[in-house]
Design a protein around this ligand. Structure first.
Ligand SMILES: Cc1cc2nc3c(=O)[nH]c(=O)nc-3n(C[C@H](O)[C@H](O)[C@H](O)COP(=O)(O)OP(=O)(O)OC[C@H]3O[C@@H](n4cnc5c(N)ncnc54)[C@H](O)[C@@H]3O)c2cc1C
Ligand code: FES
Ligand code: FES
Length: 479
């Protein structure tokens, strides 16, 4: 793991740190890729620069040139919640909705997704189809690159060690444009794309005047299906046209065989997904694929983490110097030593001895480690412990009230027998409690959305859903 963690509080300070440390430092935003990479031994930088609390960099705006701008700390859930993105950049909003699970989308940023640069990463494809550009900044100045210039291969980009992304910009879709994003994974959520496709069409009546078709997870970088684009231009979207456009798209790609699918399957599915994306656009049904009230698991917040500016201007947590982490856990102040190189999960279990939060996978997949950080549900195994400095955390031990009355979700799990070995239960309870905070009367679909990031290997999900439904009903009655 890292040894020293800086929490800069301005962009200038961050750029100075990047200039000072270059390859010896690792920038961390949501940490949903970086922490997994440290855990797997794929990273050896001793210095972590945590930019997640830089103020005002999590904004989505539209300028007077109709360019949409995403700040470098915009999370996937913020995109899904943004009316600008839903109305004027639907393919991106749809892709962000398909990323991981709510706890991952609450921390994971679009910028982090681009820099990781896996060809399977979901936001690259729609942003490529939307014609996005990336602005990089260092102490020497800034430069703006097209996606073609930025992406150089599998997990390879043009970013230099002293640079960071400060802006992602693309034209807002015009009223005559339609677009969507489709993803094929091995399951509905928490799944890496086997193939994904983004389509943006300019229309004149029923006729396509310009098409942009981008495909992901089928070549070392995202690819534009230029033959399909040329073919679609000037055509009405008849069944035959859509089938042929899919076939042309599949001819553009160079897929590999891997554990998720063979090259042959990917080629077949690239054609099918392209055709299906065109069908939904022809029918005007693309928006039906995002729920009207997507579950965020960000409770009563607006999904923006507070910047923690009440803290001293430059926070440096160095394991050798052992600066303490000052935090509030379950309403109790804590001063924690010896956790600067740990994850939040390990800090909670080993330093505060709150062992209710469980480690199932340590890589964001199972949700057993779910806690509420500043009002927002996160996977604590992917959060550096130092992120807790100046923050407030609620763990499963903090759900019950002071008089020991259980939280309605806890009580309902007992009443409905929604527990077997109990290992996953704290995570489900935290997700359930966060949902009820955000959405006091959830429907069945919303209950299911809330637990897409939580796995249970023994109970099965019927009783868990039943318990959540019972808790929601009880809570509604008591109000
Ligand atoms: C369980 C799980 C499920 C996932 N599901 C999906 C999925 O369905 N689809 C998908 O596409 N991805 C998925 N991911 C991957 C990950 O969540 C995304 O790539 C996420 O967007 C990364 O953002 P982050 O802020 O967490 O990045 P970090 O982990 O903080 O950083 C990732 C990389 O970006 C760099 N970086 C971050 N911000 C900047 C910046 N502003 N300037 C320069 N460099 C920067 C970091 O140094 C690092 O190299 C999943 C991950 C997990 C753990
Ligand atoms: S998601 Fe954190 S331990 Fe599994
Ligand atoms: S009750 Fe055993 S893993 Fe869920």
């Amino acid at each position: 793991m890292w040894q020293t963690c800086y929490t800069p509080q301005s962009l200038d300070e961050t750029l100075q740190l990047l200039a000072e440390y270059e390859r010896e430092a690792c920038l961390i935003a949501g940490g949903t890729d970086v922490v997994v990479e440290y855990d797997r031994g794929l990273r050896s930088e001793k210095v972590l620069i945590d930019i997640s609390r830089l103020p005002d960099l999590d904004q989505i705006t539209q300028d007077d040139q109709n360019q949409i701008h995403l700040g470098p700390l915009v999370t996937h859930n913020q995109v899904v919640h943004s009316s600008i993105c839903l109305d004027r950049a639907f393919p991106l909003a749809k892709a962000c909705w398909e990323v991981g699970a709510p706890q991952i989308r609450n921390r994971g940023t679009v910028a982090g997704n681009l820099v990781t640069a896996s060809p399977a990463n979901d936001t690259i494809t729609p942003l490529w189809a939307l014609g996005a550009k990336i602005t990089l900044q260092s102490v020497q100045g800034s430069r703006t690159l097209t996606f073609h210039e930025f992406f150089q291969g599998v997990r390879k980009t043009a970013i230099k060690p002293n640079e960071m992304i400060v802006d992602i910009a693309f034209p807002a879709m015009a009223g005559y444009q339609v677009g969507t994003f489709l993803k094929l994974g091995l399951r509905r959520f928490q799944a890496i794309s086997i193939v994904n496709v983004a389509v943006v069409l300019s229309m004149f009546g029923d006729t396509v005047t310009e098409a942009r078709v981008a495909l992901g997870s089928v070549a070392p970088t995202i690819v534009r299906a230029e033959d399909a684009e040329r073919f679609l231009s000037g055509k009405v979207l008849t069944k035959d046209v859509m089938i042929h456009a899919g076939e042309l798209a599949a001819q553009t790609i160079a897929p590999i065989n891997d554990v998720r699918g063979s090259a042959e399957y990917r080629r077949y599915m690239a054609a099918t997904l392209t055709q299906h994306a065109l069908e939904t656009l022809a029918e005007g049904t693309e928006a039906d694929m995002v729920p009207p009230r997507p579950v965020m698991l960000w409770g009563k917040t607006d999904g923006h983490f507070s910047s923690g500016l009440s803290q001293p201007p430059r926070i440096i947590h160095d394991e050798a110097a052992d600066q303490p982490i000052e935090t509030i856990v379950n309403s109790q102040p804590h001063t924690i030593h010896g956790a600067n190189d740990k994850t939040l999960l390990r800090m909670l279990r080993e330093n505060t001895r709150l062992t209710g939060t469980k480690e199932g996978c340590a890589e964001g997949e199972c949700g057993a480690c779910t806690v509420i950080l500043d009002g927002i549900a996160v996977m604590s195994c992917l959060v550096p412990a130092v992120r807790a400095h100046g923050s407030e955390i609620v763990t499963v031990e903090g759900l019950a009230q002071d008089d020991d009355t259980l939280h309605p979700v806890q009580q309902a799990f007992i009443d409905e027998g929604a527990v077997q070995c109990g290992y996953c239960t704290p995570g489900f309870l935290m997700s359930g409690a966060s949902l009820l905070d955000e959405c006091p009367q959830p429907n069945r679909d919303e209950l299911k959305q809330a637990i897409t990031g939580n796995l249970c290997r023994c109970t099965g999900y019927y009783k868990i859903l039943q318990a959540l439904e019972t808790a929601a009903k009880k809570q509604a009655k008591s109000k």
